[in-house]
Ligand binder design. Structure first.
Ligand code: FAD
Length: 452
C-alpha cells in the first residue's frame, strides 16, 4: 500500500466483513478507494470474541457469494479464526486496498465544497465520500444496575475468553441471547455452577426436517424482512453452532444443573433480584420456535417439498423447578458467585463522525445505508436494509447497493453541459469540437493517488 495517500474518491473506515465487502464492489466498479482499519482485517472475529466461538450459521451460508470456506464441510460451523482467515483470504483475492493499523479519529465535512477531511493516526486524508463500516457491535454495554462490589469479577461477554480466565466460584450470566447462553453452557460444561438470567428472546430451531434454520429463514423470506416486528427489534436470538449445532433449549440446560432466573432487576447489598418473568420469557421463546416450525411445515406442504418429518423438534421438556419456583433473589456471597458476565449487548460509537447524518438521539439517519449527509454511507448496522444486514451474507448485498449508489453519484458529478464539453474539446484539440459525448474522465475529482 502507498503510505502517502493524501486524497481518495471513497474512504472506507473499518476492514471487517463490511469493509471487505464494499471494497470488492468498489473495485469491480472501478471506484478509487482506500480502506483504513485500526487493527487487522476482521479483527473482531480474530480477538474480539471468546476462544471457542464458532459461526452461528453453517459454512455454506455464513460466507460471501463468491468464495467458499476452503477445506471446511459446508454444513460445519466455522471457528472464529477460520472466519477471520476467510476474510483475509477474500481481501487478498482482489488485492483490496486496505491499510491496517491506521485509526480514523475524526471525519469533518469540508466547508464551502464537497467532500470530507479525515484525521487518522497516520495523517490527514481528503475524500469525496466516506463509508462507515465500523461494525454493528462496537461498544460493550453493561447496564447501570451492575453492582459496585469490588470483590466481584465483572466482565462483558466481549471480554470473556474461556472458563479458566475466571476466578473459582459460581457465575451469574446476565442475558441469554446467542452469547450469554453459549458462555453459560461452556461454563457449566467446565464444571462451574451457573445462574443464567433469561429475558425476552427468540429461539429458532437449529435445524428442522433436515434443513438448517438459516435455510428456513432464507426460503421463508425472513432474512429479507425490511422491518422488524414492532417492539421486537432488540429481542435477542438464542442460536448456536457450538458442539456441532444444537437448538438452544433452556429447560435442558436446567436439567443439567444450570439455574435459570428471570430478567435481572437490581443488586442491593450483595443480593441480586430478578423479575418474575422467567416462565413467560420461556413461553414466548417456545412460541417463536413453534411459529417457525409451522411456517416450515406450511412451506413444505404448499410446495410439495420432500423433507422428512421431525416430530422431535416440537417436544418441549417439562418446566424444571427453577422455572416453576423461580428465584426472586440471590445472595451472591451465599451462592458463592464470584463472577458476573454481562451478555447484555453492544452500542455503536460515532463520536468521531462530525457530520449531519444523525437524529437528535445520535442515531444514524439513512436509507439502506445512504445517509442524509450526502457522501456519508453506513454499512453493517443491524436492520440497515433488512434483517440480514449485520450478518455475513447480508452485508455483502447492502455493500453492493451502496457501491452502486456511489457510482451513480459519480456519474452525476461527471456530467458536463454542452458548453463545458466544447471547452474540454478545445482544451484537448485546440479546434471547433463537434463531439458532445459526456465523458466521465472530466469529472471533478479529488487528487487521487494510487493505492496498491
Ligand atoms: C459474538 C458474536 C457472534 C457473531 N456470530 C455471527 C455469525 O456466526 N454469523 C454472522 O453472520 N454474524 C455473526 N455476528 C454478527 C456480525 O457478523 C459480526 O458482528 C461482524 O463482526 C460484523 O462485521 P462488520 O465488518 O460489520 O464489523 P466489525 O467486524 O466490527 O468490523 C469493524 C472494523 O472496523 C474497525 N474500526 C472501528 N472503528 C475504527 C476507526 N475509527 N478507524 C479504523 N478502523 C475502525 C474495527 O477495528 C473493526 O475491525 C456475530 C456477532 C457477535 C458479537
Amino acid at each position: 500500500m502507498a503510505a502517502e495517500i493524501s486524497s481518495i474518491d471513497t474512504l472506507v473506515i473499518g476492514a471487517g466483513q463490511a469493509g471487505v465487502a464494499i471494497s470488492e464492489h468498489l473495485s469491480n466498479l472501478g471506484v478509487p478507494h482506500l480502506v483504513l482499519e485500526r487493527e487487522r482485517i476482521a479483527e473482531r472475529w480474530r480477538t474480539g470474541r471468546w476462544d471457542s466461538l464458532v459461526a452461528n450459521g453453517p459454512a455454506w451460508h455464513d460466507r460471501f457469494p463468491n468464495m467458499e470456506f476452503e477445506g471446511l464441510d459446508p454444513d460445519a460451523f466455522a471457528a472464529k479464526d477460520q472466519v477471520a482467515d476467510y476474510f483475509e483470504a477474500y481481501a487478498r483475492r482482489f488485492n483490496a486496498p486496505i491499510r491496517t493499523g491506521v485509526e480514523v479519529t475524526s471525519v469533518e465535512r469540508q466547508k464551502g465544497r464537497a467532500g470530507f477531511t479525515i484525521a487518522t493516526s497516520d495523517g490527514t486524508i481528503e475524500a469525496s465520500r466516506v463509508v462507515v463500516a465500523t461494525g454493528p457491535f462496537q461498544r460493550p454495554v453493561i447496564p447501570r444496575i451492575a453492582p459496585q462490589d469490588v470483590e466481584l469479577t465483572q466482565l462483558h461477554s466481549a471480554d470473556y475468553r474461556n472458563p479458566a480466565q475466571l476466578p473459582a466460584g459460581a457465575v451469574l450470566v446476565v442475558g441469554a441471547g446467542s452469547s450469554g447462553v453459549q458462555i453459560a453452557d461452556e461454563l457449566q460444561r467446565a464444571g462451574r455452577t451457573v445462574y443464567l438470567s433469561v429475558g425476552a428472546h427468540d429461539r429458532p430451531p437449529r435445524a428442522y426436517r433436515g434443513r438448517d434454520f438459516c435455510w428456513w429463514l432464507g426460503v421463508l423470506g425472513e432474512w429479507d424482512k425490511e422491518i422488524a416486528v414492532p417492539g421486537r427489534e432488540h429481542v435477542t436470538i438464542a442460536v448456536s453452532g457450538a458442539y456441532g449445532g444444537q437448538t438452544i433449549d433452556f429447560r435442558r440446560l436446567a436439567q443439567r444443573g444450570m439455574t435459570l432466573v428471570g430478567t435481572t432487576k437490581s443488586f442491593t447489598n450483595g443480593v441480586a433480584t430478578f423479575e418474575q418473568d422467567l416462565a413467560a420469557n420461556l413461553k414466548r421463546g417456545d412460541e417463536n420456535l413453534m411459529s417457525l416450525l409451522d411456517a416450515a411445515d406450511d412451506y413444505i406442504e404448499r410446495n410439495g417439498v420432500d423433507l422428512p418429518e421431525d416430530p422431535g423438534a416440537r417436544l418441549i421438556p417439562p418446566d424444571p423447578a427453577c422455572v416453576t419456583h423461580p428465584l426472586a433473589e440471590l445472595d451472591l456471597k451465599k451462592a458463592d458467585v464470584s463472577t458476573i458476565i454481562w451478555a447484555t449487548g453492544y452500542a455503536v460509537d460515532f463520536s468521531w463522525l462530525h457530520v449531519n447524518a444523525f437524529d437528535d438521539n445520535g442515531k444514524p439517519q439513512h436509507q439502506r445505508g445512504v445517509s442524509k449527509e450526502p457522501g456519508v454511507y453506513f454499512l453493517g448496522l443491524p436492520w440497515l436494509s433488512r434483517r440480514a444486514s449485520s450478518f455475513i451474507w447480508g452485508v455483502w448485498h447492502d455493500a453492493k447497493h451502496i457501491a452502486d449508489h456511489i457510482v451513480t453519484q459519480r456519474k452525476y458529478l461527471a456530467y458536463r453541459d454542452a458548453s463545458q464539453r466544447q471547452q474540454d474539446m478545445r482544451a484537448t484539440h485546440g479546434a471547433n469540437p463537434t463531439d458532445t459525448a459526456c465523458d466521465e474522465s472530466h469529472a471533478p475529482k479529488a487528487k487521487e493517488v494510487g493505492v496498491n
